[in-house]
Design a binder for this molecule. Structure first.
Ligand SMILES: [Mg+2]
Length: 250
């Protein structure tokens, strides 16, 4: 898929060199401390489009009697139809009626941000292997996500475990927002100031340009990596020091 950042993406060889270099540096110590790699989840390590598709298929079921034509269209949703924004997704599926947009948005909102639906997420290609290799080499791994503690932490732990990411063992942590309505970038800027408690930051990975910028500003010596998957509309200009990839494939 083309994007604002396609032209900045590393070549396959460049990406392999970057990832292998980070695995190699995961076994180094910095001032006697093990390095830390910080990973965002949605759009970075995880593809959440299957979660959206599962919700849309459930929506199709609920519309079967009341809106059969719309239900048939929504039932055809596949991962490749899913981008950022539920109404845009509905439009791509051929749903034009504003009342159905509003109803679909409500239906999605009540389901997307809760534990029960996180089991639908899948790992980006190579993501599990990369995180495992860094952890096995000696680095600490932190999952730093805009998901919230009250309604998403338990499902997130289960999802990371079931997909095979290192979690629940020494050298791993999951950091979530204490409340849903805290803006993600503000939250990550605040957490960035405390990352030294865990270890010197070797690399950060995020699919939101603003978060990549914020983490790089807080830790100028780290490698800040943008996952060019999908991101919120109207992103800030990407800091020139941020590296761009779209997969963890080695
Ligand atoms: Mg994300």
């Amino acid at each position: 898929m083309s994007s604002l950042y396609s032209h900045l993406r590393l070549t396959a060889d460049g990406r392999r060199e970057l990832l292998a270099g980070l695995v190699a540096r995961s076994s180094d110590t910095i001032d006697g401390r093990r390095p830390l790699l910080v990973f965002d989840l949605d759009g970075t390590l995880l593809d959440n489009r299957p979660r959206v598709v599962a919700i849309l298929h459930e929506l199709a079921q609920s519309w079967r009697e009341s809106h059969p034509e719309a239900a048939a269209k929504v039932a055809r949703a596949r991962d490749e139809d899913i981008g950022y924004g539920l109404v845009d997704n509905l439009m791509r599926l051929g749903i034009e009626v504003p009342e159905l947009h509003a109803a679909g948005q409500r239906f999605w909102f009540e389901r997307f941000f809760i534990d029960e639906y996180l089991r639908h997420d899948t790992a980006l290609a190579g993501a599990v292997e990369f995180a495992r290799r860094c952890h096995e080499a000696g680095a600490s791994i932190m999952y730093l996500t805009g998901r919230d503690l009250p309604k998403m932490a338990v499902g997130t732990l289960a999802s990371l475990r079931d997909l095979g990411f290192p979690i629940g063992v020494v050298g791993t942590s999951l950091v979530t927002k204490p409340a849903f309505d805290i803006p993600d970038e503000r939250f990550k800027r605040e957490v960035a100031r405390e990352l030294d408690r865990v270890g010197p930051v070797l690399a950060v990975f995020d699919n939101e340009p603003g978060n990549c910028n914020a983490l790089l500003e807080a830790h100028p010596a780290c490698v800040s990596v943008l996952l060019d998957t999908q991101h919120a509309p109207n992103p800030p200009a990407l800091h020139s020091g941020v590296v761009v990839i779209d997969t963890f494939e080695a």
